[in-house]
Design a protein around this ligand. Structure first.
Ligand code: NAD
Length: 260
C-alpha cells in the first residue's frame, strides 16, 4: 500500500516508534529511522519487516532537542529518497516530579523533544507534501494529551500542546491531500514505562508483575497494556486511502483510560 513512499519516524530505535516503523515498512514504505542507543538491531528488524516489499532503511542520529539537527535530518531523508511523505513525530521522554520540585532543565528538555521537535519536522516537511498533494503527519501524543496526571507537568503540557499543534496543522492542510492526526496511547510497556514500573515496585516493595498491575489498575480499566504493534496498525490506517478525510483527531488507544 505504501510502496514508493518514504516515512520518517523519530525515536524509532525503541518501543512505539520501532513498532510503527515496522508496520509502515511492512506496507512497503522506505523508512528513515532516528533515535539514540543501539541502532543495528532495530534497523535489522525494520529491514526484515519490509523485506518482502524490498524497502530501504536509512538512519539519522538527530538529537530532537536541537533544531539544527532536525533540519539536517529532514534534508538527509529527502536526499536519500527524493521526498518524505510520512512523518511520525514519536521521540519522547518522561520525568516524574511535583511542579515545585521539577528540574528546570528537565522541563525544557521535555518541551523541546516532546513538542517543539514536531513543530520543526512539520514545518520542514509540509512544502514537499503540499507540492505532491499527499502527505501524512502522525503525532504520537498520549492519553496525557487529553487528561492530566499528578507529577507529570511537563509531559502533560507537551502532550496537550502536540494535540493542539495537530489540530492547527490539520486545519491548514484541510483543502489538500495532506492529513495530520494524533495517536494517544495509554500505558505501553516500553523502556519509558518500565522505569515507572521499577519506581512503583521499589516504592511499594512489590514484584515487577505486581507493580505492573498497580500501574494499570490506577488508570487503565482494561488492565491491558497497548502494544507497539497495535499502534503501528493505527498509523497504517491513517496512511491508508480510508484515512484520507480523517483530519485533526486525537485518537486514543488507552484501554478506557480517558472514558472515565
Ligand atoms: P522509548 O523510551 O521506548 O522510546 C523513545 C525513543 O525516543 C527512543 O528511540 C529514544 O532513543 C528516542 N529519543 C529520546 N530522546 C531523543 C532525542 N533527544 N532525540 C532523538 N531521539 C530521542 O519510549 P516509548 O514509550 O516508545 O515512547 C515513544 C513515544 O510514545 C513518546 O513520545 C511517548 O511520550 C509516547 N507515549 C508512550 C506511552 C507509553 O506508555 N510507553 C504512552 C503514551 C505515549
Amino acid at each position: 500500500m505504501l510502496k514508493g513512499k518514504t516515512a520518517l519516524v523519530t525515536g524509532s530505535t525503541s518501543g512505539i516508534g520501532l513498532g510503527i516503523a515496522k508496520a509502515l515498512a511492512r506496507q512497503g514504505a522506505n523508512i528513515v529511522m532516528n533515535g539514540f542507543g543501539e541502532v543495528d538491531g532495530p534497523r535489522a528488524e525494520v529491514l526484515a519487516a519490509g523485506q518482502a516489499a524490498g524497502i530501504q532503511v536509512a538512519y539519522h542520529a538527530a538529537d530532537m532537542s536541537r533544531a539544527a539537527d532536525i533540519e539536517d535530518m529532514m534534508k538527509y531523508g529527502a536526499d536519500q529518497f527524493g521526498r518524505i511523505d510520512i512523518v511520525v513525530n514519536n521521540a519522547g521522554i518522561q520525568h516524574v516530579a511535583s511542579v515545585e520540585d521539577f528540574p528546570v532543565e528537565r522541563w525544557d528538555a521535555i518541551i523541546a523533544i516532546n513538542l517543539t521537535s514536531a513543530f520543526h519536522t512539520t514545518r520542514l516537511a509540509l512544502p514537499a507534501m503540499k507540492a505532491a498533494n499527499w502527505g501524512r503527519i502522525i503525532n504520537v501524543a498520549s492519553v496525557h494529551g487529553l487528561v492530566g496526571s499528578a507529577q507529570k507537568s511537563a509531559y502533560v503540557a507537551a502532550k496537550h500542546g502536540i494535540v493542539g499543534l495537530t489540530k492547527v496543522t490539520a486545519l491548514e492542510t484541510a483543502p489538500t491531500g495532506v492529513t495530520c492526526n494524533a495517536i494517544c496511547p495509554g500505558w505501553v510497556l516500553t523502556p519509558l514505562v518500565q522505569k515507572q514500573v521499577d519506581a512503583k515496585a521499589q516504592q511499594l516493595g512489590v514484584s515487577n508483575e505486581e507493580a505492573k498491575k498497580v500501574l494499570l489498575g490506577e488508570k487503565e480499566p482494561s488492565m491491558q497494556f497497548t502494544t507497539p504493534e497495535e499502534l503501528g496498525e493505527l498509523a497504517v490506517f491513517f496512511c491508508s486511502p480510508a484515512g484520507n478525510n480523517v483530519r485533526g483527531v486525537a485518537w486514543n488507544m488507552d484501554g478506557g483510560w480517558a472514558a472515565q
